[in-house]
Design a binder for this molecule. Structure first.
Ligand code: HEM
Length: 474
């Protein structure tokens, strides 16, 4: 085996074996890699200087722990947005920067970028992956675009309209339960728990045409979804357990796996059952006939979906999309509805006004149920719902990681690879958009058809402030 003299490296007469050479090559590669990373880090830090940052805790942890949890944290976000209304950046530890976007003009630049450029950042969503798979919420790029196109018909008014009947039925069950509990002397109810059961009940009917009667008696499937949602939220707060292998060893990790299995088993069973009842041929005709006779549920829509090449979704894809709808649809709406009730309780004068509006609409009607077309006839209630969603958005923030530099309208650049947090809560509390953001605002944008409608109610809210930049306001 030839031996090489490394004297030119200053190693004197040391002779190198192939292993030594390999080691040297590996060390050089590592050094080059580390140097490249250091250079990229400094270059990124230099480019990020255009984004202001609050004082760090220290150089090592950066801004970690700056924003506390729960209500205190939200107050801190409001203060930060007041100080940095055009956005700011923070360091999560010594080397991981996060840009916080909280102004619509800036948020727009990222959201308008194509799905391939503004990738969903899975750091915050990854814990959902074993449960939701590659459903719309977690998929990205081509898969997301293909599925998004295929699922668009699911949001067509004609599909959604019949669901109002299901919403009414589920709500009636909840109201009847409240009346029963109150007549038995209960004066204190956890609204969020009751409303979550109601939204899950509704979704199970809309997605699977399955009535588990979960508002009245325990359902294993619904309990598993509630447990999964709670476990994901809990894990989010435990940085050590962000590592999969550690989490799987914990009792929570095992509970998570067990609940995932149960939820998947339910969804798979519904899909298999549908396959059994579906004809081998003439699927379209069969489903179209079904549409006429009853509500087309989400599983039907998924079974019906075809892409441009006529390819259908796999069973695994169908399960991921259905599970995603069950998750994404229940917690958000339950949180939104709970806050709306809270805000109406806090402002009895507006609550009364909403009640009058509904009673007026339903006067002399039988049955006294809200229908799809009624929704446009409730401008004051709609305004209160929107304002509640502004003050208490069910989803506080979403994140994106851009695969290219994104230029903002003010000329600043978000460097590629840096994670952006789009702060929905921050945007809704930005004083440059909403002067005195904690006060009630009119959140409707008046259109021609609203003349004499919502506008007539403007005086009913205590302060009719104009969101700066809103297209047109009464
Ligand atoms: C007040 C109610 C709701 C709020 C505030 C809300 C909020 C959001 C937000 C902020 C996102 C964007 C996530 C991201 O891009 O990172 C999202 C996505 C999504 N939501 Fe909702 N949501 C609500 C209700 C629902 C309902 C009822 C369903 C279905 C039944 C649903 C299904 C979805 C799906 C499938 C996605 C992923 C869409 C995609 O990426 O193409 N959401 N939602």
């Amino acid at each position: 085996m030839p031996q090489l003299s490394l004297s030119w490296l200053g190693l004197g007469s040391v002779a190198a074996s192939p292993w030594l050479l390999l080691l040297l090559a590996g060390a050089s590669w590592l050094l080059a890699h580390v140097l490249t990373q250091i250079y990229a880090f400094y270059e990124n830090s230099r480019r990020l200087q255009c984004f202001p940052q609050p004082p760090k805790q220290n150089w090592l942890i950066g801004h970690l722990g700056l924003v506390k949890r729960e209500e205190k944290g939200l107050k801190q976000v409001t203060q930060l947005v007041g100080t940095y209304p055009q956005g700011f950046m923070v360091w999560m530890g010594p080397i991981f920067p996060l840009i916080n976007l909280c102004h619509p003009d800036i948020v727009r630049s990222v959201l308008n970028a194509s799905a391939a450029v503004a990738l969903k950042d899975l750091v915050f969503y990854n814990f959902l992956k074993p449960w939701l798979g590659d459903g719309l919420l977690l998929s990205s790029s081509d898969k997301w675009s293909r599925h998004r196109r295929m699922l668009t018909p699911a949001f067509h008014f004609n599909i959604l309209k019949p669901y109002v009947k299901i919403f009414n039925d589920s709500t009636n069950v909840m109201h009847a339960k409240w009346q029963r509990l109150i007549s038995k002397g209960n004066t204190c109810l956890n609204m969020f728990e009751h409303i979550s059961l109601m939204t899950l009940d509704t979704l199970q009917k809309c997605v699977f045409s399955f009535d588990s009667n979960c508002q009245e008696k325990p359902s294993e499937y619904i309990a598993a979804i509630l447990e999964l949602s709670a476990l994901v939220a809990k894990r989010n707060e435990q940085p050590l357990l962000h590592m999969d292998f550690l989490y799987q060893l914990t009792p929570d990790g095992q509970r998570f796996r067990k609940a995932c299995r149960l939820v998947h088993k339910f969804t798979d069973a519904v899909i298999q059952e549908r396959h059994r009842t579906l004809p081998d041929e003439g699927l379209d005709d069969f489903l179209l006939a079904k549409t006429k006779s009853k509500t087309l549920d989400f599983i039907d829509v998924l079974l019906l979906s075809k892409d441009e090449d006529g390819k259908m979704l796999s069973d695994e894809d169908i399960r991921a999309e259905a599970d995603t709808f069950m998750f994404e649809g229940h917690d958000t709406t339950a949180s939104g509805l709970s806050w709306i009730l809270y805000n109406l309780a806090k402002h009895p004068e507006h609550q009364e006004r909403c009640r009058q509006e509904v009673q007026e609409l339903l006067r002399d009607r039988d049955p006294t149920e809200i229908e799809w077309d009624d929704l446009a006839q409730l401008p004051f209630l709609t305004m209160c719902i929107k304002e509640s969603l502004r003050l208490h958005p069910p989803v506080m923030a979403i994140s994106r990681c851009c695969t290219q530099d994104v230029v903002l309208p003010d000329g600043r650049v978000i460097p590629k690879g840096v994670v952006c947090v789009i702060s929905i809560f921050g945007t809704h509390h930005n004083p440059e958009v909403w002067p005195n953001p904690e006060e009630l605002h009119r959140t409707d944008v008046r259109h021609e058809r609203d003349e004499g409608g919502a506008g007539a109610d403007a005086a009913a809210l205590p302060r009719a402030a104009r969101p700066r930049g809103a297209a047109q306001e009464a």
